[in-house]
Design a binder for this molecule. Structure first.
Ligand SMILES: NC(=O)c1ccc[n+]([C@@H]2O[C@H](COP(=O)([O-])OP(=O)(O)OC[C@H]3O[C@@H](n4cnc5c(N)ncnc54)[C@H](OP(=O)(O)O)[C@@H]3O)[C@@H](O)[C@H]2O)c1
Length: 345
C-alpha cells in the first residue's frame, strides 16, 4: 500500500458512540495515511475523543469541515446519515455509512470486502456497511454458497446489548448494579420491574425476542434487515431467509445458530475445508466452539459446531463475532483501505 501520498482528511460523525470509539481505535492502527481526523458528536456536552495519543474535541457536525474531508464515516443514526451523507457524496467526498439508511438503495453498494468488494465502484461515493447481525453469516456462508448454492437460511440470534448503542448498554449496567446482593427469591420479583427505555423489556437476567419494531406480519426490524441485506450482499434475490433475532445480556459479541439448506449435498467435512480457507474467518476444531467472551476485540468471524442437519442438503453451524468491530467499525475501515488500495481515495 503506498504511503507517500498526501495524507487524508477523515471525518467521523458519531465518534463518541459505541461504534465511533471503536472506529477511532481501528483508524489508529490502519495504514491509511491520515493527515487529520475530525470527530463529531451530537455536540450537547462538549465531548472529547482520543486519537493517536491526542485529545480532540468532538463538536456537533459542521458542514464546511465535513465537505473538505476526503472520507467521512457516519456512525451516528439513520436521520443524521440521511440528512448529510448523500450531499457529501455528490460533492465528491467518499462516505462510508454504518446506519441502515441506504443499505437497500439499489444505487448504494452494500459491502463486506471479503464477500463482495466487486460491488464498489469509482462513481458511487456513498457506500453502506451492513447490519451487524447479517455480517457473520455473509462471511461464513459465502464459500459454502458459492460451492453448493444456499437456497434457504434459518437463523436464531443471540445479540449483545452494545449492538443497541450506548444508551442500551448504560441501561443494562444500571439494571445489573446491586442484583448480585439479592437472594434468588428476592431477585425474582424485582427483575420484571427494572426500569427500561432503551430496550423493550429489562435485559438484566433476561432475553428479549425483539430487536426493532414489529411489522404487520410479526417480523422485527432486525429480522427484516438481515434477510434483505443478505440477499443483496450475496446477490441472491430468491434466497429464503427466516430469522428470530434475540437480545441477550451480553455486553459485546453477537452469536447465532444457523441452518443452511443447499441446492446440492454438502458434507460437514467439505464445508469445514471451505470454511478453513475463507478470508476473515476462524474455524474452531471439532468439539470446540467460539463464545462472545472469546471474540470480543478480535477482528475475524468465528465459526464452530459445523454439523449435518436434517438431510444431506442441510448444515448447522454456530457463529460468534465482535459486533462493534467486524460488525461495524472494522468493516468500514476495510472498505476505506480497499478504496485506497485501488487508488480511488
Ligand atoms: N452498535 C453496533 O453494534 C452497530 C453495528 C452496526 C451498525 N451500527 C450502526 O452504527 C451507528 C452508531 O451506533 P452506536 O451503537 O455507536 O450508537 P451510539 O452508541 O448511540 O452512538 C451514537 C453516536 O452518534 C452521535 N450523535 C447523536 N446525534 C447526533 C447528531 N445529531 N449529530 C452528530 N452525531 C450525533 C452520538 O453523540 P453523543 O455522544 O454526543 O450522544 C454518538 O457519538 C448506528 O447507525 C447503528 O445502527 C451499530
Amino acid at each position: 500500500m503506498p504511503l507517500d501520498k498526501p495524507g487524508l482528511r477523515v471525518g467521523v460523525v458519531g465518534a463518541t458512540g459505541m461504534v465511533g470509539r471503536e472506529l477511532l481505535h481501528v483508524l489508529d492502527k490502519t495504514r491509511l495515511p491520515i493527515r487529520e481526523l475530525r470527530p463529531y458528536s451530537s455536540g450537547k456536552t462538549g465531548k472529547t475523543v482520543r486519537f493517536r495519543g491526542k485529545t480532540l474535541a468532538a463538536p456537533s457536525l459542521e458542514l464546511e469541515g465535513l465537505r473538505s474531508c476526503d472520507l467521512v464515516f457516519f456512525v451516528s443514526s439513520d436521520e443524521v446519515s440521511k440528512e448529510h451523507a448523500p450531499d457529501l457524496a455528490r460533492r465528491g467526498v467518499w462516505v462510508i455509512d454504518d446506519s441502515s439508511a441506504f443499505r437497500l438503495d439499489p444505487k448504494v453498494p452494500l459491502v463486506i470486502p471479503e464477500v463482495n468488494a466487486h460491488a464498489l465502484s469509482k462513481d458511487r461515493r456513498l457506500i453502506a456497511g451492513p447490519n451487524c447481525t447479517m455480517t457473520p453469516l455473509a462471511v461464513a456462508g459465502n464459500a459454502l454458497h458459492r460451492s453448493a448454492c444456499v437456497t434457504e437460511v434459518r437463523l436464531a440470534t443471540y445479540q449483545a446489548v452494545s449492538g443497541a448503542g450506548r444508551a442500551a448498554l448504560e441501561e443494562f449496567f444500571r439494571q445489573t448494579a446491586g442484583l448480585g446482593r439479592l437472594s434468588a427469591a428476592d431477585r425474582a420479583p424485582v427483575l420484571p420491574k427494572l426500569a427500561h427505555s432503551a430496550l423493550p423489556r429489562p435485559i438484566a437476567c433476561n432475553v428479549i425476542p425483539q430487536v426493532g419494531s414489529f411489522d404487520a406480519a410479526g417480523a422485527s426490524g432486525e429480522e427484516r434487515k438481515v434477510a434483505a441485506e443478505l440477499r443483496k450482499v450475496w446477490d441472491a434475490p430468491r434466497l429464503k431467509v427466516s430469522v428470530t433475532a434475540v437480545r441477550v445480556p451480553v455486553v459485546r459479541g453477537h452469536s447465532m445458530s444457523a441452518w443452511l439448506t443447499f441446492k446440492t449435498p454438502l458434507s460437514p467435512g467439505r464445508a469445514r475445508k471451505l470454511l478453513a480457507r475463507s478470508p476473515g474467518l476462524v474455524l474452531h476444531a471439532e468439539g470446540d466452539y467460539p463464545t462472545p467472551a472469546l471474540v470480543g476485540g478480535k477482528a475475524p468471524v468465528h465459526a464452530g459446531r459445523v454439523r449435518r442437519g436434517a438431510t444431506d442438503r442441510e448444515l448447522c453451524l454456530w457463529l460468534s463475532f465482535d459486533n462493534l468491530l467486524k460488525g461495524a467499525a472494522l468493516n468500514s475501515v476495510q472498505i476505506a483501505e480497499e478504496l485506497f488500495r485501488r487508488g480511488w481515495l
